[in-house]
Design a protein around this ligand. Sequence first.
Ligand code: NAD
Ligand code: UGA
Length: 471
Amino acid sequence: MKKIKNICCLGAGYVGGPTMSVIALKCPDIKVTVVDLNADRIDAWNDDNLENLPVYEPGLAEVVEQARGKNLFFSTDVDGAIAAADMIFIAVNTPTKTYGEGKGMAADLKFVELCARQIASVATNDKIIVEKSTLPVRTAETLQTILDSNGNGVNFEVLSNPEFLAEGTAIEDLFEADRVLIGGKQTPSGQEAIQALVDVYAHWLSPSQILTTNVWSSELSKLTANAFLAQRISSINALSALCEVTEADVDEVAHAIGTDSRIGPKFLKASVGFGGSCFQKDILNLVYLCRYFNLPEVANYWEQVIIMNDHQKYRFAKNIISTLFNTVNGKKIAFLGWAFKKDTNDTRESAAIYVAEYLIEDGAEIHVYDPKVSATKVRADLSYLWELKGLTEDKITKKLAQVFVYDDPMAATHNSHAIAILTEWDEFKTYDWKSIYENMYKPAFVFDGRNILDATVMKSIGFQFKGIGKG
Ligand code: NAD
Ligand code: UGA
């Protein structure tokens, strides 16, 4: 049975970096090299100051500190790492296509395909290739075709091993995974490759935590898991609108239904809308696949999860405008939070971006504070959205003049007309809300897009307070 000694991972992002750091920590007998085309990212992974790691995750710096330089390495030498590895993980980005066939829906597999071509051209001995990126079902077939096409007699076994970690809890999710899923071919060499990867995870997970399936079930399970999770959020968010007009309280409703063991209490927190790099991308990908396979009813069913999420973001923004007497023109709106959730510096598809865009369109000034997101990132997020919408550079510069970013929450909220809470950072609950109130224009409004503040306390200070799904 093949024993893995040398692992390489292509892609040092939010998945490649943390997963490989944990594998290195838990498997001291395996050398792990994480490579990336982005030299700045690799430099940041190698930075002596662990605060400069490119990914912020609780516990990650400690893991990197213990393994880096021993059996964990970050490098830009992609060819060298491929050549030396017995097992190669592909953890590159698979964003939604922004051009051509499938634009706005299909996953863009150009980065994955490039990896396969590079592996095929560099490899001189047999290798196990592991799909770690989230991919459309049947991508393994494409990879196998590309890998086999260089005809140099090397045997490639392709496995699917999707990642289920959530940002902000990545390290605990990896240490104590609900399950690890490994899909492979039902041939003797496929089963041997599955076992080699099972042995890697068995360094710290029990057999009951490691599931094995065929390749297609594994690929499709990843898209399905994200679709189900996102569907729960859209379902509770849909009902939050009904709560607001009926004086039901969405948190009470969520608690009441969540105690039914068939439903369960998790992922029922109403919000301004889900963000993150994956839920929307993966559901759009699923919808695209269903249409491709001529299943329009199935496609429309899942698409509604995204439609509902977009509605929730715009409903939140519209509510701010209508409550502030039907215009926010020239008004200062403070944003507490920009990241798509707490405990991460990731802002991809964050609801904050879309809410800000809507308010800026109505003439608002947006004053942002997020403990982990820089001014450059906030501006880049908005610029990217406007570029996609075809705005000229001139127009983008004008709109950006309405955006201000602070290192200090008190400065962000000073002299504001309203505060919107976009991310559920714990520190927001600890602020001196009385003094924030005193430094705001009156009436002073707070729109809690995460339901983290106590409405009774906020109202007693004097705020006009609105949560999500509260009558
Ligand atoms: P990311 O953008 O943070 O990282 C991807 C990295 O791959 C980038 O640094 C990029 O420079 C690098 N890259 C691209 N092409 C390369 C190549 N040919 N060789 C070497 N490096 C290359 O993306 P991510 O968030 O880590 O996501 C990666 C994949 O994992 C996606 O498919 C995503 O859907 C999936 N996923 C992400 C999460 C998450 O929480 N972010 C969780 C589960 C699954
Ligand atoms: C999600 C999944 O939870 C992971 O299992 C998966 O691996 C990952 O996507 C992926 O494939 O990328 P992530 O996006 O990092 O992880 O974070 P989540 O905790 O799922 O939160 C996603 C969004 O939903 C956030 O904006 C969060 O604030 C929001 N959310 C989550 C709610 O609004 N309500 C909830 O009850 C839960």
